[in-house]
Design a protein around this ligand. Structure first.
Ligand code: COA
Length: 376
């Protein structure tokens, strides 16, 4: 029995397990998936290729990528029972709640895919393929858009845009979303991945692990930050107001979303890449307003607080320019991170050890039991 050590609040700097999937060098600002630098992957690969890498630990050959792409396309379709259930849920709900509920419901319909073990890779591919369809089914009803159709010619990124907006993206837009999906696909033991691994470590099923992860990603300190960044930009309005609004928030000790990171102590490399895509997509849409506002916000936050941008600062501006509603930003994050969550769950099943830390007890001891009639 190991004696309890000092409390590491928020498990900061605690090394909880070994993993081959993702490495973050917080001092150098580097992010590696299975040996490959995120900058190379963002410049040269696709989301499908990265998902293969995360699941199998190596880049696919052309034939393997072709097979995986075909399989993901096949697996997009929603079971009718689930489609009907999604339609019965309140149209006013947050799409993250819909996603969590739909994945949980899908576990009842697909018991084989969700079992821990050999078939889990099938479940991983099924969930990755189907999340855009769940979101599309829900969003199209509330937005009055036509029903989803199979679009086998569309890549995963382009299908996600089609599912949400009922239009195929331009080549530049599809690439911007593909890059965003690559950048969000994994991030070591972030809170939602840790939640997925904790669930899997009890030998619970894959869909339950992903349900836990979705519930964890939803929080504004994790996946919800990019939505809040766009709210901040709306509040600011014009570049000349950035200084006043940001300084005001900092003086009230409010957090500026899209800044700071538990691991990166320099600029998050994903922010560097997305900043450039925000500019490119802005130029293509004839509006650099978000880009310019964000540049100014960056300048003020760095000067006043010494904080660098994280992945969430620029992603929302790219999604907004395409016309994706703000409450779908975190679900888009989930549609990417599901590849990482499931890769980690597969790894957990392979190298299983119940995750169960201890707490330092700070309560009372040996209190005399007081009968209820004598309590006041
Ligand atoms: N805006 C303002 N101040 C911030 C900040 C932010 N975004 N992020 C950190 N800080 C400040 C804290 O207030 C604290 O200041 P203090 O020492 O004066 O009290 C200090 O920096 C350390 O913050 P702490 O919360 O201990 O760091 P952490 O490692 O736990 O935080 C985050 C990591 C991501 C939770 C945090 O940076 C944050 O809340 N960011 C905004 C949300 C966000 O963008 N999330 C997406 C992450 S990818």
């Amino acid at each position: 029995m190991v004696e309890p050590a000092e409390v590491q609040h928020g498990l900061e700097d605690v090394v909880a397990l070994e993993s081959r999937i993702c490495f973050i060098d917080g001092k150098q600002g580097r992010l590696i998936y299975d040996g490959y630098d995120i900058r190379d992957l963002a410049a040269r690969s696709t989301f499908e290729e990265v998902a293969y890498l995360l699941w199998y630990g190596r880049l696919p050959t052309a034939a393997q990528l072709h097979d995986l792409t075909a399989r993901l396309t096949e697996l997009r379709r929603l079971p009718e029972t689930l489609a009907v259930e999604i339609d019965a849920l309140p149209a006013t709900a947050h799409p993250m709640d819909i996603l969590r509920t739909a994945v949980s419901a899908l576990a009842l319909l697909e018991p084989e895919e969700t079992k821990p073990g050999e078939s889990s890779i099938g479940g991983a591919q099924r969930l990755t393929a189907v999340l855009p369809s769940i979101l599309g089914r829900f969003h199209r009803r509330r937005a009055g858009l036509p029903a989803l159709r199979d679009r086998p010619e569309l890549s995963h990124a382009a299908y996600l845009v089609y599912a949400l907006l009922d239009r195929a993206p331009t080549e530049l837009e599809a690439r911007a979303i593909d890059v965003a999906l690559i950048l969000h696909a994994d991030h070591e033991l972030n809170a939602s991945t840790f939640a997925a691994r904790v669930t899997a470590s009890t030998l619970s099923d894959l869909y339950s692990a992903v349900t836990s992860a979705i519930g964890t990603l939803k929080g504004p300190l994790h996946g919800g930050a990019n939505e809040r960044v766009m709210e901040l930009l709306e509040e600011i309005g014009t570049v000349d107001r950035v200084e006043e609004v940001v300084k005001g928030k900092l003086s009230r000790h409010e957090r500026i979303m899209g800044f700071g990171h538990r691991v990166y102590k320099v600029e998050d490399p994903r922010a560097t890449i997305l900043r450039e895509w925000s500019r490119r997509v802005g130029e293509a849409h004839g509006s650099l307003r978000y880009y310019e506002l964000l540049r100014k916000v960056e300048e003020v936050v760095l000067r006043e607080k010494g904080l660098y941008p994280n992945v969430d600062l620029y992603s929302g501006s790219v999604y907004s320019l395409l016309g994706i509603p703000h409450d779908l930003f975190t679900p888009v994050f989930a549609a990417s991170r599901v590849a990482g969550w499931t890769a980690h769950v597969l790894e957990e099943y392979h190298d299983l050890r119940l995750i169960r830390p201890t707490a330092k007890y700070v309560g009372a001891l040996d209190l005399p039991y007081v009968p209820i009639a004598q309590r006041h």
